[in-house]
Ligand binder design. Structure first.
Ligand SMILES: *Cc1c(COP(=O)(O)O)cnc(C)c1O
Length: 223
């Protein structure tokens, strides 16, 4: 774990009033515990099983954020404890989260994931799909989810201008959804964007939650 990088990142985020999601996927319990003891409380995972295994042995005051694609049949495993789900990309998934949150007597914070990158493989909604979802009676009846903002991933490229353009697009989607659907809802305030390679650009574009893994923990080992 890289404490110098952690301190540097915290300082930069502070200046922008943004928060850090430490992306701990594939990292050991020992490394996560070390960052926890250095003061970090929000950790992000992209796989349900791995998140549950880690949650069960690490301190209870960690906020676990699910940042990867989520299958509906796995929502029940994280519903008892997850703090935020960044990757909501369909009404059916939202319905299942609402159902499992109700079963656990909780309100689960969710972000709508948008497809802003040029790559075809990345999940996410477009603005029209999101507007349709947010206006539907099915959505308006859901009592156990809170839509807290938007999330997106930029194209994996060295082209900073392209990355900036994609982050500005997400910022503008946030603004228009805020005006159209969440004017009086103070919970809708998060823009989750930026990773190790592009978080400085994301901060310039208004990110409130950056998701950083390898810059904190070192390269991932997928064995
Ligand atoms: C892995 C991952 C990150 C962190 O990536 P790094 O390049 O290691 O900082 C951020 N967001 C999502 C959705 C991820 O899957």
């Amino acid at each position: 774990m890289n404490i110098t990088a952690f301190e540097e990142i915290k300082y930069e985020l502070n200046q922008h009033k943004a928060r850090l999601v430490a992306v701990s996927k594939t990292q050991s319990i020992e490394k996560i515990a070390a960052l926890y003891h250095a003061g970090q409380r929000i950790f992000g995972e992209n796989k349900v099983q791995e998140m549950c295994d880690k949650q069960s042995v690490l301190p209870n005051n960690i906020e676990w954020h699910l940042i990867g694609h989520l299958q509906r049949n796995k929502v029940k495993y994280i519903a008892p404890f997850v703090s935020m789900i960044h990757s909501v990309d369909s009404m059916k998934l939202l319905q299942e989260i609402n159902k499992q949150a109700l079963n656990n007597n909780r309100i689960i914070a969710c972000l709508l994931q948008f497809h802003i990158a040029q790559e075809e493989t990345k999940f996410g909604l477009n603005e029209a799909e999101a507007s349709q979802l947010l206006q539907s009676p099915t959505f308006l009846e859901m009592k156990n989810i809170a839509i807290c903002g938007v999330m997106g991933m930029a194209t994996n490229t060295n082209n900073k201008a392209l990355i900036k353009q994609e982050f500005m697009q997400l910022q503008s989607i946030f603004d228009s959804l805020k005006i159209q659907h969440f004017k009086n809802d103070s919970r809708f305030k998060e823009i989750s964007m930026g990773m190790s390679s592009d978080y400085k650009i994301a901060l310039q574009c208004g990110s409130t939650l950056v998701r950083i893994g390898s810059k904190l923990f070192g390269e991932r080992n997928y064995e």
